[in-house]
Design a protein around this ligand. Structure first.
Ligand code: DP6
Length: 322
């Protein structure tokens, strides 16, 4: 039996991905920018099983729900088609992140799965090809393949991959307010926004120039501009989400309190900017110097953890089992 183990870390978007131009290929409506972090990795083992009649998937030692297993199987189908192999696989994932808490567990998960599956089925993929493969599992996973700051390009199937970006040395303070499951998955919420929000076309158009600005800020090593863009874009995404019909709201009063506290810290001279993905937790982009004082101050509002730039997806073991 052939097996491979890969590890990948979550990423937090500074310029968000929210909306697809092609749902089947997971092509985003606009590009995005993120930081792959050095905490909460997912480690995934893929073992080919000649006798199996279907794929299996366990998460943290527990067999996963049918829907989750189907998403894993769909990614394995893509790998099998390219490799010309039809053997099913057993997939075991250990995630160190609370699943569905809005901290992008699917990004690390599908990035690790793509890397482990490609290795187990004998595909030699460069980082672009691996990013494109991870994208098919979950859009944001395309960026977790890449270490540190990563831009994920919009475009057709060949053009839509993530690649590294040079930029300022940043830290993030993750403020965990809730580890419960989110009310609506980001996939479903994105679709509702696309179909029902009158603001959606403006969101897509503005995200394109927002990304251009963020990439310029990275090139100029301009932390302040990057931070301002990060907070602005998060607020715009949550405004869009709240404008869907039926409305969706991921931010809680506690999340808003963290955004307010971050504004106060800025007024007091700290370099820090807030963002949040599809959940109540808030992530604060800050500098290496201000990370400690910002985390200390926010600790009264939630559990804080300082993280920095982390590695891209990597195969950590591969081999043939008897
Ligand atoms: C709010 O990548 O989870 O975190 O492609 O449908 O699997 P699918 O969505 P997913 O969405 C992530 C949304 C976000 C913003 C971001 O990471 O850019």
């Amino acid at each position: 039996m052939t097996r491979a183990v890969a590890r990948s870390h979550p990423n937090i978007a500074l310029v968000k991905y929210w909306g697809k131009q092609n749902e089947q290929l997971i092509l985003p409506a606009a590009g995005s920018l993120s930081l792959t972090i050095d905490a909460f990795p997912t480690t995934t083992e893929v073992t080919l099983d000649d006798r199996a009649t279907a794929d299996t998937f366990s998460l943290n030692g527990v067999p996963a729900a049918v829907g989750q297993t189907a998403r894993v199987s769909a990614l394995l189908d893509i790998v099998r088609a390219v490799a010309g192999v039809d053997t099913f696989a057993n997939v075991d994932s250990i995630s160190e992140i609370p699943t569905d808490a809005g901290l992008a567990s699917s990004a690390a998960g599908f990035s690790a799965l793509a890397a482990a599956a490609a290795a187990a089925y004998g595909l030699e993929l460069d980082s672009r090809a691996l990013s494109r493969l991870a994208r098919r599992g979950s859009g944001s996973a395309s960026r977790s393949v890449i270490p540190g700051l990563a831009v994920w390009h919009a475009g057709n199937d060949e053009e839509s991959f993530a690649e590294p970006v040079n930029g300022p040395d940043v830290r993030m303070v993750i403020v965990t307010l809730s580890t419960g499951a989110k009310p609506v998955s980001s996939r479903e919420a994105m679709r509702t926004c696309m179909l029902t929000s009158p603001f959606y076309p403006a969101w897509v158009a503005s995200t394109k120039w927002t990304l251009d600005g963020a990439l310029e800020a990275c090139r100029d090593n301009d932390f302040t501009r990057l931070g301002r863009i990060t907070e602005l874009h998060a607020n715009r995404m949550h405004a869009l989400i709240q404008s869907a019909d039926p409305p969706i709201r991921y931010l809680t009063p506690q999340s808003v309190a963290v955004f307010d506290a971050v504004a106060q810290l800025r007024a007091a001279g700290r370099s820090c900017y807030a963002t949040a993905d599809a959940g109540p937790n808030v992530v604060v982009l800050t500098t290496p110097e201000d990370a400690e004082p910002v985390a200390r101050h926010l600790a009264e509002l939630g559990e804080t953890r300082i993280v920095g730039a982390g590695p891209g997806a990597a195969v950590i073991e591969r081999g043939i089992e008897p």
